[in-house]
Design a protein around this ligand. Structure first.
Ligand code: GLY
Length: 473
């Protein structure tokens, strides 16, 4: 439980950062699934949650910088609500739990905002990402829906990023919890990777663990033998010996903090020699980067370190050739690693991505590259103490990309296409950990999750013996 003083401090810091105006934070509303009363499972907006801490729908908050006032708008339940939902804590009690004493009915927000607009006051708001919020903002502020994102407050975006990028001890403890649960999800998932099992059974079991122990999964589980597809949500394959499974999954805690872990495991529990070689290459990239993480280094440079490490290993395997630095400078590694090394992690699994990835992952010292692959880096800038981020190098054999690069004659000095052709059935490998940047280096969050070949094979083989016992499956 985050104490109310923390929320009070966050709102005061935001006022200091903003200097003037009022900041409007719409909470998320319920969203219908297939008919109005049947809604998706509810998730509060992360920014509202960070500053106001209220987890239920039906709220909005204002941080009035000029008048040094924080207001929560929301309605107490009526008898009809109580019949269906049971009694609920009053808005006053909920608001008081995060240090807010000024409350008003939800409908009063329209008048407060109209009056502020009439006085020419600046109303700061963040770029909205949900249709429902866009409609409300449009009605409150008189801005056409299509223009809202462009009229969002850059001062507020920058202020929110400055506050939220540095995680406090409460947040770090929550993220440790989320990663510990991800550990159980992953060790359970890898133990189930046996020939004949359907991917869906594993994904469903892992999601069940998240739901049983914390909040929902932090994003739809990526789990597939076709790991060459970076975000593969199709779970219909039956596992086959000789293939690997990429499992990329995490959960949220009840306060909304995320984990995001990837492991790649061999079906049946034993890597073959071809899989071992590529796995070691990706593992080396993951570990070389983690070893170097500390405040003051640029994540772009870590991405390039991962690219060089991978290229060196792929050269040893015979998939790449030529000078490693020249190959990476030319971008030849992007055939195998077409995504960035990682992203900020927090309440959103891609922390704050909704308010603009460039504000979160880049700054005035580094702009987004335009070249294929490198342009996809979500995080490139200098790391600070208190950042939490993912380290997730991968190596993928994407038949369509191999065909495209080859037909375009790309990187022929650096890629052994004939050998690469024979890996078109390989799939992909990704290895991802969640890391906190500390004053003197870094800390990998959560309990250790089997990661080396020996650890994964031991975990899976022991499970295989157990699963074979009569009556287990
Ligand atoms: N691990 C899923 C993602 O980063 O999008």
């Amino acid at each position: 439980m985050i104490p109310k003083e923390v929320y009070v401090r966050r709102r005061q810091q935001l006022k200091k950062e903003l200097g003037s105006g009022l900041a409007l934070f719409p909470g998320n509303q319920e969203v219908s699934y297939n008919y109005p009363a049947n809604t998706y499972s509810y998730r509060q907006d992360s920014h509202f949650l960070y500053f106001f801490g209220l987890t239920h729908p039906g709220f909005a908050g204002i941080i009035d910088v000029d008048e040094d006032k924080d207001i929560v708008f929301g309605n107490d339940v009526d008898i009809e609500d109580i019949i269906w939902m049971g009694s609920q804590p009053s808005v006053a009690d909920q608001a008081a739990s995060t240090g807010i004493t000024t409350i008003a009915p939800y409908a009063a927000l329209t008048g407060v905002l109209a009056s502020a607009l009439n006085k020419g006051r600046k109303i700061h708001f963040l770029p909205p990402y949900r249709g429902e919020t866009q409609i409300e903002l449009s009605q409150w502020l008189g801005i056409p829906v299509g223009e809202l994102r462009g009229k969002a407050s850059v001062e507020l975006i920058r202020a929110v990023v400055r506050l939220k990028e540095i995680k406090d001890d409460y947040e770090i403890a929550e993220m440790e919890k989320a990663t510990d649960i991800a550990c159980l999800m992953h060790t359970t998932g890898m133990k189930m990777c046996l020939p004949g099992i359907k991917e869906q059974e594993i994904a469903g079991t892992m999601e069940g663990i998240a739901l049983a122990l914390a909040g929902p999964v932090s994003f739809p589980i990526i789990l597939s033998m076709d790991g060459q597809t970076l975000h593969n949500h199709y779970h219909g394959n039956i596992l086959k010996e000789g293939r690997m499974v990429v499992i990329d999954a995490g959960c949220e805690t009840l306060t909304g903090y995320s984990s995001d872990i990837t492991r790649t495991v061999p079906v049946g529990g034993r890597f073959n020699s071809r899989q071992k070689e590529v796995y070691e290459a990706v593992l080396m990239a993951n570990m070389e980067v983690i070893k170097k993480l500390k405040p003051g280094i640029r994540y772009f440079d870590m991405h390039m370190l991962a690219a060089r490490t991978l290229t060196t290993a792929l050269k040893e395997i015979g998939l790449m050739k030529g000078d490693v630095d020249e190959a990476v400078a030319a971008g030849a590694h992007t055939l195998f690693l077409p995504h960035g090394l990682g992203h900020m992690l927090g309440m959103d699994v891609h922390d704050m991505e909704g308010i603009g990835e460039n504000y979160v992952g880049y700054d005035e010292t580094i702009q987004r590259a335009s070249a294929f692959g490198t342009a996809y880096l979500r995080l490139a800038r200098e790391l600070k103490t208190g950042f939490t981020l993912t380290v997730e190098p991968g190596c993928y054999f994407i038949p369509a990309l191999i065909d495209q690069f080859r037909s375009e004659g790309k990187f022929t000095d650096f890629i052994n296409y004939d050998k690469v052709e024979s890996y078109k059935d390989f799939g992909g490998i990704r290895i991802e950990d969640d890391v906190l940047i500390t004053a003197d280096g870094h800390k990998v969050l959560g309990k250790p999750i089997p990661k080396t070949i020996a650890e994964i094979e031991k975990t899976m083989t022991e499970a295989r013996e157990w699963i074979k016992m009569p009556g287990i499956i």
